[in-house]
Structure formats: C-alpha cells, structure tokens
Design a binder for this molecule. Structure first.
Ligand code: G3H
Length: 207
C-alpha cells in the first residue's frame, strides 16, 4: 500500500495487486519446482511478506526472520524520496554518493543489512529448497551474494516485484531463472539522483 504513494518502509498491508500476486504465487512455485518438493518458506516479520505467503500449501513449513525485515530507513521511514530530498538534502546526496555505506539517521545502511544477513546466508549455504519472501533491499543483498555482484553496485540492482527468482548454485556459478506473475506493480526503485517512482518492470540495467 505504501509503494502506491511512493513511500518507503513501514508495515503496510498488501495492495490489491499484491494480494493478487499472493494468490498466484502457489501456481508460480509449482510451475518452477513441481509438486513433489515441499519448500520451507522464510518471510520477514512484516505483514506484507507474511500475507504474501498465506496461500502457499499448508504442508510447507513457514518461518519468520527479523533478519529478513526491510532495511530500516530510520527517520525517513514512511517518507517519499521527494520528501527525503526536501527534508534531508545532504543525506539524500550522501546516500546517492555511497549508497552501500550510507546509514539512515536512526536506521541502517546496506552494509548493516549484509552483516545482519550473515546467519541467513550461512543457513542458505547448507540448505535446499528455501523460498524467501522479503523486501527489495534485503533481496538485493542476498541476490548479490549468490550472483557474485560487486558490493558497491548491489544497492542499485533492480529487483522486479511480483516475480519469482529461482537461484540454483552450480559448480561454475549460480543459475538464475525469473518467472514474472505478469501483475503490474508500483516500485519505489529509483536511479541515482532521481526521486521518481514508476511501474515495474524496470528495464534491464535500470533507467
Ligand atoms: O522501498 C525501498 C526499497 O526497498 C529499497 O530502496 O533503493 O532506496 O534502498 P533503496
């Protein structure tokens, strides 16, 4: 719901289209992994991820991790990027300058998120068949780790909403398969310097 207004953070409910995605997710998962592989579902502790998991098969174990909560935007939680730019212009510029290390006042940086994700990554390294439902910043960090992306680039990666991303580690690297639910979404993704919100999907390589 907050994304619809271009607001970041918060603990809002799913929008109408978010709910539509939640209902479609079991079908996407089945098409991607089949019926005979029960998954373990990890969500954050925030409503929108828990609600996205609610139509998945009952025999899937579900676990909520605080470590999967969205990057904490501190005093900027619930604001739009335009409001952040107006109220904290120096912070807005500093974040664009070094998004990986910039820590929101009273909140977190991408570096902080990577550190709190360590137990999750360790657990993922020794597990199979985990379905993670989380948030853009957190998914960027997990994705960047498995896809061996540059730390400095990872905070700018587009993570398409309403999309299942399957990562399969192989000896030569990680295989990636994206399945879109073809349900439009308002993403708060923005390019450096911009405050614009837009409709997903973001073109490859960003805008
Ligand atoms: O809603 C906020 C996104 O999840 C992450 O935003 O690109 O400003 O870190 P960001």
């Amino acid at each position: 719901m907050l994304n619809l207004d271009g607001r970041i953070g918060g603990d809002a409910s799913l929008s109408h289209r978010g709910e539509e995605y939640a209902r479609k997710l079991p079908e996407l998962v089945r098409a991607s992994v089949g019926d005979d592989r029960p998954l373990t579902v990890w969500t954050s502790t925030l409503k929108r991820t828990i609600d996205t998991a609610r139509y998945l098969p009952k025999h899937y174990n579900q676990l909520q991790w605080k470590a999967l909560d969205e990057l904490d935007a501190g005093v900027c939680d619930g604001l739009t990027y335009q409001e952040i730019k107006d109220r904290y212009p120096e912070d807005f510029a500093a974040r664009d300058e070094d998004k990986y290390n910039y820590r929101y006042r009273g909140g977190e940086s991408y570096r902080d998120v990577v550190i709190r994700l360590e137990p999750i990554i360790m657990e993922l390294e020794r597990s199979e068949d985990i379905l993670i439902i989380s948030h853009q910043a957190v998914i960027r960090c997990i994705y960047a780790y498995f896809m061996q992306k540059n730390q400095e680039d990872s905070p700018w990666l587009p993570v398409p909403l309403h999309t299942l991303i399957k990562l399969t580690p192989r000896a030569y690297g990680t295989e990636e398969e994206k399945t879109s639910a073809n349900i439009k979404a308002v993403s708060t993704w923005r390019g450096k310097g911009s405050t614009a919100k837009h409709e997903d999907p973001v073109p490859e390589g960003g805008i």
